[in-house]
Ligand binder design. Structure first.
Ligand code: PMP
Ligand code: GLU
Length: 397
């Protein structure tokens, strides 16, 4: 007899991970699926990073690491925050975890009590709402749609704040919309948050380096907020290291200490070999990051052009990350071979089964009008995928 906890019963599976698995399953059956569902760079990890991991294996880094991470990695993270974000952290404020996802779940677990409200701008990354629910908190979603370039306003933030608000979760560059907040826009959020001293800020900056509009700005840069911001980042996206599972955070010491306690009970820390690879990533020449960014920019331009050629779709030109988030509303309610497509989930299933391209339904990101398409794929695949999509949508009536 199944007897799962309410906690798990109420948790939805990750739609991004699920779509990736569906694409893998079809591929295993020999079907030529173009996977644009999962969000991960298609590049291999650069050689100098792989070499550092090989050296760590031969150097017998095979014992448990310190729970919060190796000192050389924490030093590299401190230096990265200073060099790239002009943020001052001490090594004690840094914690290394199994991916940014784990840094985020540690932080939420350490901060959120039952019924605490967490303000989350939609469209949001699929895991935010579920992780808050897992902590028995209450996600308070504020919507930004295509018409406002998927960016919330300071007035919306202000309006969502109640005496129960515990935290504000911001992601820039955004997954799934690609929206990037400028310094001025963040300044305006800081002005609102300044009036509400008890609100903690979680800033997910995992797409920092995939930015098409200039410099990355962090909400932690405002001195009046710094003591209540946790900056979450990692090596997954910038260095094409999704499978290595190394993320990190910089936070007030009391929060890092709490996460240390949690992680000490739950995982004992992140893989030693992967940590040594991350040291190489953060401390070596950053040309690989620039090269990958250049490729993402080219593919972004290509995708926006191809999508705009498809009748009935609207798309914002993303300012960062590697996703486009077109509005597909015009196709909802249409039919194909007598089968009515009512939701983005049904549309994505149709595109997967018929056109063999995997995408993710917007509903999973809190926007039922859009679908997410990752352009972390070869130019050739992007062209073919959009040809298939145009053809499949064109057959709907
Ligand atoms: N935040 C966002 C917005 C993401 O898209 C991802 C990608 N999965 C993560 C965090 C987690 O990254 P990581 O692979 O480092 O756990
Ligand atoms: N960030 C990626 C995505 O959104 C990876 C999958 C996941 O961890 O959700 O597709």
């Amino acid at each position: 007899m199944e007897s799962l906890s309410r906690r798990v019963n109420f948790l939805s599976p990750s739609a991004t991970v699920a779509m990736n698995q569906k694409a893998r399953d079809l591929k295993a059956k020999g079907i030529d699926v173009i996977n644009m569902g999962v969000g991960e760079p298609d590049f291999n990890t650069p050689d100098h990073i792989k070499d550092a991991a090989k050296k760590a294996i031969d150097g017998n880094f095979s014992f448990y690491p310190p729970v919060t991470g190796f000192p050389d990695l924490k030093k590299a993270v401190v230096e990265k925050f200073k060099r790239e974000n002009n943020l001052d952290f001490t090594p004690e404020q840094i914690m290394v975890s199994c991916g940014a996802k784990h840094a985020l779940s540690n932080s939420l677990m350490a901060l959120i009590d039952k019924d605490d409200e967490v303000i989350i701008p939609a469209p949001y990354w699929v895991s935010y709402v579920e992780l808050v629910k897992l902590c028995e908190g209450k996600p308070i979603v504020i919507e930004a749609k295509y018409e406002s370039s998927f960016k919330i306003t300071p007035a919306q933030l202000e309006k969502a704040i109640t005496p129960k608000t515990k935290a504000f979760l911001i992601c820039s560059p955004s997954n799934p919309s690609g929206a990037v907040y400028s310094r001025n826009e963040l300044r305006a959020f800081a002005d609102v948050l300044q009036k509400h001293q008890k609100i903690f800020i979680l800033s997910d900056e995992i797409y920092e380096h995939i930015n098409f509009v200039g410099v990355h700005e962090s909400i932690a840069q405002f001195p009046e907020l710094k003591d209540r911001v946790v900056v979450i980042n990692g090596v997954s996206k910038a260095y094409a290291m999704t499978g290595w599972r190394i993320g990190y955070m910089g936070a007030p010491l009391w929060l890092t200490k709490a996460c240390d306690k949690l992680q000490g009970q739950m995982t004992t820390g992140a893989s030693t070999i992967a940590q040594k690879a991350a040291v190489a990533a953060l401390t070596s020449d950053q040309q690989c990051v620039k090269d990958m960014n250049k490729a993402f920019r080219r593919r972004k331009d290509l995708m926006v052009k191809l999508i705009r050629e498809i009748e009935g779709l609207k798309v914002c030109d993303p300012e960062g990350a590697f996703y486009v988030f077109p509005v597909v509303k015009n196709y909802l309610g249409m039919s194909i071979n007598g089968r009515k497509i009512n939701t983005t989930e049904e549309l994505c299933m149709y595109l997967l089964e018929d056109a063999h391209i995997s995408t993710v339904p917007g509903d999973a990101f809190g926007d039922p009008d859009c679908i997410r398409i990752s352009f972390a794929n070869s130019d050739e695949n992007l062209i073919e995928a959009m040809r298939r999509m145009k053809e499949a949508l064109g057959r709907m009536k």
